[in-house]
Design a protein around this ligand. Structure first.
Ligand code: SF4
Length: 522
């Protein structure tokens, strides 16, 4: 059995993994074969590309963490998006995800939140991470999600042919910027730090050892760590910027080396520089003249998981209080008869309590009558006096479609709502109106039953015109018969402000009495 402390290659060997022998140059266990998928080689990267060095430093940092810090590589996951850098996820012998374009960080977020024990590392390119997925980058940093993001910046969209991207320096050339890039690029460390990252660094691949050390630190850092790795794109970017010309392989390699010379000349290691000042300077031709490198920021503050745990503990205390209140609620006998799917449309204007009335029906049906309920609401202009509507679907059977298909009853309290909703009422449906506010049209529908009640006037007489919706609820309860009277009374009492319980109970009872009278007459 594999034992703790055993090198991964030894464990893999014990588990039956044999290294590939597919070419002259892959003949046995490479020092990095425990974390490198040799069977996927040769890689796709161009000669002179910096991505090989980026991958090597990354694996070296992981090996160090396994050896020196006892990291369990079975609990490390690598996530990348699309692009040349995105291939890294496929070359590491770890749980890895090669995700959709720009979406590496959302995948990583899900992975980390579902399994907080997992060390999650995102490694992707500048176009993928700061362009297409830029929104995810800033929000993950803002949340201080405990992941490490390694962004390999080659200043363009390399894989797709060298288009200008969000990090292409001003005035630099690209296949889509033949006269020079007129846009200004992101300073990625500044972007990450300003968004809330708690560890921020930048190196070029020339500084491979320092990069490896920084990657170790970044991966150990609790919270959102961001490392920008500037690397040459010998085929696309370097073709249009410094010396590179021609396309033969030797030139490609040399182009990469030329870029490394640039990095050497332009690199300025300045730890603790404010990320705002850690820019990549270019001359008027777009050629890089200064790259500020180093570890710019490291601070420890609660990460997203800690914030969630803290909230969960607080919510649990609140829930205990709420649960007690729920347990203390009266337990009414559940409805024993089968209630078919019943759809109710309520309509009026803002301030009449149309939304509240829908909630009261839903609460009564779900909590006290034990029915299935869906409640939705809609507003017109979101101001008092604007159109307001709410919809309730209830019944004994599970509700598979939450929206109204054809309501069988309607409670309408404004002329506008009458005009808006009436055509949706099912044939033979029941329309209840506040007939002090709603005037029926001359060609009012004859295939439905209409009952009117001056609910607002009744509520005024009871001393509070705001209880008009409760009058209509009592009226509806008596006529529709879908929810029990006791359940509705209990729901009204719980839903209105304590000072208005009395007037609302009177309003409900009056509406209910009028409803019974109407039924007796018809
Ligand atoms: S296109 Fe550029 S970034 Fe992509 S593999 Fe080639 S050199 Fe590297």
């Amino acid at each position: 059995m594999p034992e703790k402390g055993m090198r991964r290659s030894e464990r893999l060997h014990m588990m039956g993994y044999e290294p590939p022998d597919r070419s002259d140059w892959v003949t046995g266990l490479h020092p990095m074969d425990d974390l490198l998928r040799g069977e996927r080689l040769p890689h796709i990267w161009c000669q002179g590309c910096g991505l090989g060095t980026a991958l090597t430093t990354f694996i070296a940092a992981l090996q160090w963490l396994e050896r020196e810090r006892g990291w369990d590589m079975d609990k490390v996951a690598v996530v990348s998006g699309i692009g040349c850098t995105g291939r890294i996820a496929g070359y590491v012998r770890l749980d890895s995800f090669h995700t959709t374009h720009g979406r590496a960080i959302p995948f990583a977020t899900g992975l980390k939140l579902a399994n907080p024990e997992m060390k999650v590392i995102v490694i992707s390119g500048d176009g993928d991470m700061a362009g297409i997925g830029g929104n995810h980058l800033i929000h993950a940093a803002r949340r201080n999600l405990d992941i490490t993001v390694i962004c390999v910046n080659n200043f363009n969209y390399g894989m797709t042919g060298g288009q200008a991207g969000p990090t292409t320096p001003h005035e630099a050339r690209a296949v889509t910027a033949q006269y020079g890039n007129f846009e200004y690029p992101f300073n990625l460390p500044y972007l990450a730090a300003a968004s809330g990252a708690s560890f921020v660094a930048r190196w070029t691949v020339l500084h491979a050892r320092r990069l490896e050390w920084t990657l170790r630190e970044a991966m150990e850092h609790p919270g959102f760590s961001f490392v920008e790795v500037i690397a040459p794109c010998s085929t696309a970017y370097a073709r249009w910027n410094p010396e590179g010309r021609g396309m033969d392989p030797e030139h490609l390699r040399r182009r990469g080396l030329e870029v490394m010379k640039y990095y050497k000349a332009a690199g300025r290691i300045t730890h603790d520089t404010h990320p705002k000042d850690a820019g990549v300077k270019v001359d008027e031709k777009g050629l890089i003249t200064e790259i500020v490198e180093g570890k710019f920021l490291q601070e420890v503050r609660p990460d997203l998981q800690e914030a969630l745990d803290h909230l969960a503990a607080r919510a649990d205390k609140w829930w205990q209080v709420e649960k007690k209140a729920l347990d203390d609620r009266p337990h009414l006998p559940k409805s024993s008869s089968h209630v078919p799917r019943t759809e109710v449309q309520l309509g009026g204007f803002g301030g009449q309590g149309i939304i509240s009335a829908g909630k009261i029906i839903g609460q009564a049906a779900a909590i006290y009558d034990g029915l299935e309920v869906c409640f939705t609401q809609s507003y017109g202009p979101e101001a008092r006096g604007g159109a307001a509507g709410s919809q309730v679907v209830l019944g004994s059977d599970p509700i598979h479609h939450p929206h109204l298909i054809q309501p069988s009853t309607m409670i309408i309290m404004s002329q506008g709502a009458y005009a808006k909703y009436l055509s949706f009422l099912a044939p033979n449906g029941v329309l209840l109106i506040d007939d002090g506010l709603v005037e029926l049209a001359e060609d009012h529908r004859q295939d439905i039953t209409t009952y009117g009640l001056p609910a607002t006037r009744i509520a005024e007489k009871l001393g509070n015109n705001r209880a008009a919706n409760t009058v209509m609820l009592g009226f509806w309860t008596a006529i529709a018969g879908a929810v029990s009277q006791d359940a509705m009374r209990q729901s009204v009492a719980e839903s209105v402000p304590p000072k208005t319980i009395d007037v609302n109970m009177k309003a409900f009872d009056e509406g209910y009495r009028k409803g019974i009278e109407v039924l007796d007459r018809s």
